[in-house]
Design a protein around this ligand. Sequence first.
Ligand code: ATP
Ligand code: MG
Length: 329
Amino acid sequence: MPIETSMTAYISQHPGLKYVFFGGKGGVGKTVMAGVAALWFARQGRRTILASTNPVHSLSGLLDQDVFGKATPVTGVDHLWAYEIDTRDAIERSKAEIKEKIQWFLRFAEISAKADEFVESATMNPAFEESAMFENMIDLMFKDEYDVYVFDTAPTANARRLLGMSKVYSLWVNKMVKSREEAQSLREMLSFTKKKEEDPLMEYLLSFRGRMEHARQLLTDPDKTAFFFVTLPEALPIAVIRRFIAWFRDFGIPVGGVVVNMLIDQSQVSERSPDFVRNRLAMQQHYMQEIWDTFDGMVRALVPLYETEVRGTALLERTGEAVFAAGSA
Ligand SMILES: Nc1ncnc2c1ncn2[C@@H]1O[C@H](COP(=O)(O)OP(=O)(O)OP(=O)(O)O)[C@@H](O)[C@H]1O
Ligand SMILES: [Mg+2]
């Protein structure tokens, strides 16, 4: 089966593409594909940042260069920066911010309790870390210092929760704002002075809602955003991205397509090849059929399994030749 719309074709049909994501099951090659895409955009002369919000970082390993904690120019490549976002730092900052809000609220409601207890319980759950990662990501986007942002996202369902969260946030904040407004007008009615009271909690909620709405707009704009899913020709990675794609469509997040990685080169396999290799090739061929059936018209690239791991810009460049293969439409 031929590829209908290749990666190259998809990107040339989306000249305003700015936020590019790679998702998929653990270990399928998301970090590698994000690196390949970022390098490719930079080679086109676009200021590109390759960023990781993943608490388990691997960009420094991918590039053989320390890119932790700040946007770092990638050695030997013009227009390319890489950045492993420090999640621990972000979490601490979020905690401090929340503590301040809670302290204000406790004073406001005249409750004599220590904010710390509330902060601990509010931040002791895994969703908090994801939400801090999401905030980091949109901060970087909002600063708008680059032409293209390529995100290497966390391996599991996190990626979709990360984006889905903006919608949930909005709903939640709308509710909060409404009840704050009601409380405020009640206080105003009861007070003798007509002076409008300051309400830092309300201000926070409003600015938060504004940020979330802005993020949602960017992330659901099919001209600006594309989520690519990486899979192997194997049952589990296919099942994972099939689910992801359905979820993303529900959230209105644009799906750019599917990259199939680690394909065994058929021309290297013969009758005399070891059983192990022939069996794996047969398995891959079986699942390739499933991929063509399931992701009809969405396959963007087929990437071979190389004899070594993909590390360093030279090998990323070579992998890029497969991902951005000319020829197919
Ligand atoms: N086409 C390929 N040929 C050979 N090795 C590959 C290929 N693609 C990726 N690899 C190697 O496979 C390993 C996993 O790739 P990568 O780290 O990109 O996966 P990932 O999806 O980001 O994993 P994680 O879920 O842990 O973040 C790496 O060692 C990488 O160099
Ligand atoms: Mg990775």
